[in-house]
Design a protein around this ligand. Sequence first.
Ligand code: SF4
Ligand code: SF4
Length: 87
Amino acid sequence: MKLIGCTGCRICEAVCGYHHTGTFCPAKSSIVVRDVEDGYNVERYFDALADEHTTCDRCVEPLCVKYCPKRDVLRAFLDLDKEGQNI
Ligand code: SF4
Ligand code: SF4
């Protein structure tokens, strides 16, 4: 899923890693922000919430959303995945 307006700060990865491990460890995050560059611009996408990464716990009060400066878009991403739609 393309994340319009994502700043690339990756706070979501760090705090999700914190949720899983108690340390700010992006490698343990359930969400991964991926940069796609065309030589002029950078677009950012989310990769899946599970697969080879730590499975998302569907937090009731998700730290990833709480600390994201674009939280409305991130919230929509989580809701889309929850409904089983193709992201
Ligand atoms: S989704 Fe939000 S927290 Fe994650 S990199 Fe983009 S702006 Fe930062
Ligand atoms: S809702 Fe999922 S992606 Fe967000 S902090 Fe919780 S486990 Fe991580």
